[in-house]
Design a protein around this ligand. Structure first.
Ligand code: BGC
Length: 730
C-alpha cells in the first residue's frame, strides 16, 4: 500500500486518514499527550509515540524532533509548545514586549499583529511551533493574579486585539516556517472566579457567558485561531475541561472550530485530585476525552489509563480517532512531515532580538504607556531642568520591566522547570534609570536613590532619597508592584502600594519638587493618594525590554503619549467590581462610603495636547437588522503639539427584553492631528453587533431605540450622545 501520509501532494485530510489507519490505539493515545519536556522525553517518544512537549527549546527540541521523526515506527513529528505570551520571553536574548495588559492600552490592532508576527518568527527560529497565547480572560477583578496577562476588561476590545495577535502568530499560511499556532485561553470566564481567587468556582449563567465571556473567544475562532486551552476552574459545578456543552456544542459544533482543544496543566488529573468530580484518576481521564479535549497537558498518567479505558470499551476508538485526527491534521497543516521546521542556524538566528525587533518593542512600549495626570504641564520635562532625581524600587529593576512569563524567580510552586534562569542575558534590557540617563546625555545630571524595597517595609532609606530629591529640579518616582505579587497562585486581597513605597512618596512630596510617578505594575493598584498628590502620573505597566527608553522618550517629550486604559482602576479594593459596562442598578449602584466613579476609568488616557469632539452624526437614524451604521465625529487638536487620539464609540440598548449594560464598546479608531487640525473620524457599527442574548439564550437584535456615545473615554462627561432606531423590515 502506498504511504499516502508521506506524500505532500495529497491533502492534509487524506494524509491524516491514511496515517490514522496505520496506527495502533496506543500510538494514537500517545499523540494525545503533552508532557513537560524534562520528564524522560526519550522514553515518551520511543515507547509511547508522544504527540507534543512543552517548555523544551533549541538544541533539545532538535534532538527530540530527530528521534521522533527519524527513529520511530511511523516517524510522526512532535509539536513543541511554549508560553511566549509577550515575546519569546523565556529565551535569553529574545525580544520582550510589554505585557498583554500593557499592549492592550495601545488599542492598536496593527501594532499587536506585528508583535505576534515577530514573536512567531523568534519562536519558530528556536524550533517551536505553538504559543499558549492569547489570553482572552476578562480582567474584571484586579485582585486576580493574572490580570497582567489579559487585554483588560472589555469583551469587544479583547476580541479585536486577540484576533490581531492570532493573525500575527499564524500569518496568512500556517505552513510558513515562521508561522506558529496561537492558542486562545483560558476557555472560559477564568478571570471571573470568586473574589478574584485563581481557579476557584465561577458562578456565571449561560446567558452571561454568551453575552460577555464567550464573544472574545468567538472572535478569535472566526479569525482562524487553531487551538483553544480549557480553563482550570469550574462553572456552576462543572470544571471547564469536563464541560461537553462548552467544548463540543459551542466550540466545535456551533462555531465550527476544527483545531485542537488542549487541557490546561493536569486538568485531567485534577478532576480527581482537586476538583473531586471524578472518583478515580482513570475516571478523570475518561471524562476529559468524553468532554471533547483532544490533547491532555501534563497528566502523564493519562497514557496508561486511556489505553485501558479503550481496551475495556469504556472509551470508543472513534473518540480517540477524532482527537488524534485533529492533532495529526495540525501537524500536516504545519508542514511538519515535509520540512520538519528544524530551527535555522546562522543568519536567520540573528533575527532573534535584532534591532528591528527591538524597535518594535520600543514602539509598542511607547503606545502602551498611559498618561493619567499632568497637572500644570509638569510633563514633558522642560529645558530648565538640569538635575533629575530618579527614585524608587522599580527604577533600576529588570524584572519589573519584563513582568510575568519571562525569566525570573520561580513563579510556580509546582513547576520547577520555570525557575529563575541565571544565564538570562539582561544586558540588552534598558531599565527606567538607564533610559533616563541615556536620554539626559551630558547636559542633565541624573541622580538615583532606590529609597525602599517593593515588598519589605524595613528595607528603606527614605532620608537619603529625600536628600537626593532636594538636590534636583524634578523628581521621577518609579514605584508599583513586583513579580511576586502577580501571576498564578498570586492573588491579592489588598491593592495598595506595598513595602514603604507610600511613605517614600509622601516624603518626596514634602520636598515640594515637581513630582512625577511612573508606575510599573502588573495590574491596577489602589492609588488615590498618588492621583491627588503627585503632579504627573505615567502608568507604564510591565513595558518590556525597551521600557526604560520608552518612558524616557515620554518624559522628555520625544513622544506624545496616546495610550488609553483597557481596564478601570478601583479607588479601594472594596469598590470592585468597577468595570465600565455595568448593568443598570436600582438603588444608585454605589457604596455609601465610596465614590461611584472608579479612580481612573476604562478608555481614559491623556496626551500632551488636547482634543475637542464635535458634530456627532449618523449615516442613518433608522436602520434594519442587516444594516451597518456609520458614526462620524469631528476631532480637533486644540493644543500645541501633534498628537494621536483614540476615538471610542459605545452603545446602550435603551429598552430590551433583558437588562443590558449601561454602555458597551462597539467600535474605536485612531487619528493623528497637527495642532489646530480637525478631521472627521468615521466608525462602522454593524447592527448585528447590537444583538443581545435573550431569555431563551438566543442571540437577537431587538427593535427599538439605541443610544450611541462617542468620545475620548467611557466617562459620560467625555461622550457626545445621540439616538438611532432599529426596526424590523416588513
Ligand atoms: C497556565 C497556562 C499555561 C500552562 C503551560 C498553566 O498553569 O494556566 O496559561 O499555558 O500552564 O505553561
Amino acid at each position: 500500500m502506498s504511504e499516502i501520509y508521506k506524500d505532500p501532494s495529497c491533502s492534509p485530510q487524506q494524509r491524516t486518514k491514511d496515517l490514522l489507519s496505520r496506527m495502533t490505539i496506543e500510538e494514537k493515545i500517545g499523540q494525545m499527550c503533552q508532557i513537560d519536556g524534562h520528564l524522560d522525553p526519550e522514553m515518551w517518544i520511543r515507547e509511547r509515540n508522544i504527540g507534543s512537549f512543552l517548555h523544551v527549546i533549541d538544541d533539545e527540541a532538535v534532538r527530540l524532533q530527530k528521534i521522533a521523526s527519524e527513529e520511530t515506527r511511523l516517524g510522526i513529528p512532535l509539536i513543541f509548545g511554549i508560553d511566549a505570551i509577550h515575546g519569546h520571553a523565556f529565551y535569553s536574548g529574545a525580544t520582550v514586549f510589554p505585557s498583554q495588559l500593557g499592549m492592550s492600552s495601545s488599542w492598536n490592532p496593527d501594532l499587536i499583529e506585528e508583535i505576534g508576527r515577530i514573536t512567531a518568527k523568534e519562536v519558530s527560529l528556536t524550533g517551536l511551533h505553538w504559543t499558549f497565547s492569547p489570553v482572552l480572560c476578562l480582567a474584571r477583578d484586579a485582585r486576580w493574579g493574572r490580570v497582567d496577562e489579559t487585554f483588560g476588561e472589555d469583551p469587544y476590545l479583547s476580541g479585536v486585539l486577540g484576533s490581531a495577535i492570532v493573525k500575527g502568530y499564524q500569518g496568512t499560511d500556517i505552513s510558513d516556517p515562521y508561522s506558529i499556532i496561537a492558542c486562545a485561553k483560558h476557555f472560559v470566564a477564568y478571570g471571573e472566579t470568586q473574589g478574584g481567587r485563581d481557579s476557584s468556582e465561577c458562578d456565571v449563567s449561560a446567558r452571561k457567558l454568551k453575552t460577555i465571556f464567550l464573544p472574545p473567544f468567538k472572535a478569535v475562532s472566526d479569525a482562524g485561531c487553531l487551538s483553544f486551552m480549557m480553563a482550570y476552574h469550574s462553572i456552576d459545578g462543572t470544571p471547564c475541561s469536563a464541560n461537553e456543552w462548552l467544548i463540543k456544542d459551542i466550540l466545535k459544533k456551533e462555531w465550527g472550530f476544527d483545531g485542537i482543544v488542549i487541557t490546561d496543566w493536569d486538568n485531567a488529573g485534577n478532576l480527581y485530585r482537586r476538583q473531586k468530580v471524578s472518583p478515580t484518576l482513570k475516571d478523570g481521564c475518561k471524562t476529559s476525552v468524553l468532554a471533547g479535549n483532544d490533547m491532555i497537558m501534563s497528566t502523564p498518567e493519562f497514557y496508561e489509563n486511556a489505553c485501558e479505558l479503550v481496551r475495556e470499551g469504556v472509551i470508543k476508538e472513534e473518540l480517540i480517532d477524532e482527537a488524534c485526527g485533529r492533532i495529526l491534521l495540525m501537524k500536516f497543516r504545519l508542514g511538519l512531515f515535509d520540512h520538519k521546521r528544524y530551527p535555522q542556524t546562522g543568519n536567520a538566528r540573528m533575527s532573534i532580538g535584532c534591532e528591528d525587533h527591538k524597535k518594535a518593542s520600543y514602539e509598542s512600549a511607547l503606545e502602551s504607556i498611559v498618561l493619567l495626570k499632568n497637572q500644570n504641564n509638569t510633563l514633558p520635562l522642560t529645558d530648565n531642568i538640569k538635575k533629575i532625581a530618579v527614585i524608587g524600587p522599580n527604577a533600576d529593576d529588570v524584572q519589573a520591566l519584563l513582568g510575568d512569563w519571562s525569566f525570573g524567580p520561580r513563579r510556580h510552586p509546582e513547576r520547577p522547570t520555570l525557575e529563575y534562569n541565571s544565564n538570562y542575558d539582561i544586558t540588552s534590557i534598558t531599565t527606567i534609570l538607564e533610559g533616563i540617563k541615556k536620554r539626559a546625555g551630558c547636559d542633565i545630571e541624573v541622580l538615583y536613590e532606590k529609597g525602599c524595597d517593593t515588598i519589605d517595609p524595613d528595607i528603606q532609606n527614605i532620608n537619603k532619597a529625600v536628600e537626593t530629591a532636594n538636590k534636583a529640579d524634578a523628581v521621577i518616582a518609579v514605584v508599583g508592584d513586583t513579580i511576586v505579587l502577580n501571576g498564578e497562585f498570586r492573588d491579592r486581597a489588598n491593592l495598595d502600594l506595598t513595602g514603604s513605597q507610600q511613605k517614600l512618596l509622601e516624603a518626596l512630596k514634602s520636598t515640594g519638587k515637581p513630582l512625577t510617578a511612573v508606575l510599573l505594575n502588573g495590574k491596577p493598584l489602589t492609588v488615590p493618594w498618588i492621583k491627588e498628590n503627585v503632579d504627573a502620573i505615567l502608568e507604564a505597566w510591565n513595558p518590556g525590554m525597551e521600557g526604560g527608553n520608552a518612558v524616557a522618550s515620554i518624559l522628555f517629550g520625544d513622544f506624545n503619549p496616546c495610550a488609553k486604559l483597557s481596564i478601570s482602576f478601583p479607588v479601594a479594593v472594596g469598590q470592585q467590581p468597577v468595570f465600565y459596562n455595568q448593568y443598570p442598578g436600582w438603588h444608585t449602584d454605589k457604596y455609601i462610603d465610596m465614590p461611584v466613579e472608579p479612580l481612573f476609568s476604562f478608555g481614559f488616557g491623556l496626551s500632551y495636547t488636547t482634543f475637542e469632539y464635535s458634530n456627532l452624526s449618523l449615516s442613518k437614524t433608522k436602520l434594519t437588522q442587516t444594516d451597518t451604521l456609520t458614526v462620524s465625529v469631528d476631532v480637533k487638536n486644540t493644543g500645541n503639539l501633534k498628537g494621536t487620539e483614540i476615538v471610542q464609540a459605545y452603545v446602550n440598548d435603551m429598552c430590551s427584553s433583558v437588562t443590558t449594560p449601561i454602555k458597551e464598546l462597539k467600535a474605536f479608531g485612531r487619528i493623528t492631528l497637527d495642532p489646530g487640525e480637525t478631521k472627521t473620524v468615521n466608525l462602522e457599527i454593524p447592527v448585528s453587533s447590537l444583538a443581545l442574548i435573550d431569555r431563551n439564550l438566543m442571540s437577537v437584535v431587538e427593535p427599538g431605540e439605541f443610544e450611541i456615545m462617542v468620545g475620548s473615554s467611557s466617562m459620560d462627561k467625555d461622550l457626545l450622545k445621540t439616538i438611532f432606531e432599529v426596526f424590523i423590515e416588513k
